[in-house]
Design a protein around this ligand. Sequence first.
Ligand code: ADP
Ligand code: 5GP
Length: 234
Amino acid sequence: MLYYIKTGDDMIKEKTKGLLIVVSGPSGAGKDTICNRVVNDISNIKMSISMTSREPRGEEVNGKDYYFVSKEEFEESIRKDELLEYAIVHNNQYYGTPKAKIEDDLNKGISVILNIDIQGALKIKERIPEALFIFIVPPSMEVLKERLIARNTESKDKILERFKTAYKEINEYKKYNYIVVNDKLNIAVDKVEAIIKAEKCRVDRIEDIYLNNKEEFIHEGLIDKKFDNEDMKI
Ligand code: ADP
Ligand code: 5GP
């Protein structure tokens, strides 16, 4: 007896579009540190590079950490509708997410992480409600203060400004889907990675499930044969 069965077809077809992941939390909570680890650990995922009118600091590189532009150039991008969202952060500088690259990556099935402030996150929520929203917090404000001082990238005034913003921002955590406390770094990274992996398994991200009912009888026949200890020809 000769059986013809089609084998190896994937039963479930995931949506091919990448996942848009929004990460926010007070400055110094550890967003950059965590996101860099996630991008290293998980394949097909990258950070979006924001545009900002603030000056580069320390070792920051144009086109890698941010696209550093003048206020006029930033306003030109707003006029041309080139940004998915933008906000004035810490009271005086523009920060925004360039649109074209993200759309391109998502369409190629690459997931993209946006490390953006809460104002920007809320705008993304309006435009792309199916995005994943993760809020990172420090274990305490005391630890946040210590991390900001130890990072040594801002003056005392700038740290105070970020600290003030932090008190306002932390109250907004309920607008996000998940909250992760960044106490031990490894644990926080594991949690963020678990959230992303779980999100990719959500039923509403599955495009289709293929089950050929006729196949069931063929498989039954094959199982019978196996137990009858006969040779199977496929
Ligand atoms: P954010 O991007 O949220 O502003 P960073 O990732 O720059 O924060 O982290 C702020 C500082 O805290 C950095 O110096 C970083 O090395 C440090 N840091 C981040 N996570 C932890 C952690 N879990 N434990 C100790 N230090 C941390
Ligand atoms: P920093 O100046 O420390 O690099 O960033 C300051 C804040 O700007 C951080 O809270 C960061 O999340 C936010 N930010 C960075 N890029 C963007 C962006 O493209 N859009 C918005 N809305 N916020 C951003």
